[in-house]
Design a binder for this molecule. Structure first.
Ligand SMILES: [Zn+2]
Ligand SMILES: [Zn+2]
Length: 105
């Protein structure tokens, strides 16, 4: 059997534990009215990266916000390192937003 690989970063998925990995059902094309659903395993940081965007996107300096801003992950990082960095930045910002939005009296 082929070792499991994360579809986002291509690195190995640990098979001895489910900690830090998430199963996403992959729905294949319809054949005779039915789709083949197969489990796909992602690192949790990689599936989070797909939702929150790149590090530059989380920081609001990507090409979505700034003309000519970077697109995609930072150079010099693996896709998984970039996913961890994006998630860390997202968590830091979310914690800050919570603090800012908490009424103080
Ligand atoms: Zn991954
Ligand atoms: Zn963006």
């Amino acid at each position: 059997m082929q070792p499991l690989q994360c579809p986002h970063c291509g690195e190995a998925i640990p098979t001895h534990t489910h900690v830090g990995v998430i199963m996403v059902p992959h729905v294949g094309p319809l054949e005779n009215g039915a789709a083949l659903v197969t489990p796909q395993w992602y690192h949790s940081e990689c599936i989070a990266r797909l939702a929150v965007g790149s590090l530059a996107h989380v920081q609001g300096r990507c090409s979505c916000f700034v003309e000519g801003g970077p697109r995609g992950d930072p150079l010099g990082m693996t896709k998984r390192e970039a996913a961890r960095a994006a998630l860390a930045a997202y968590r830091a910002r979310a914690a800050w937003d919570d603090l800012e939005n908490t009424p103080r009296n």
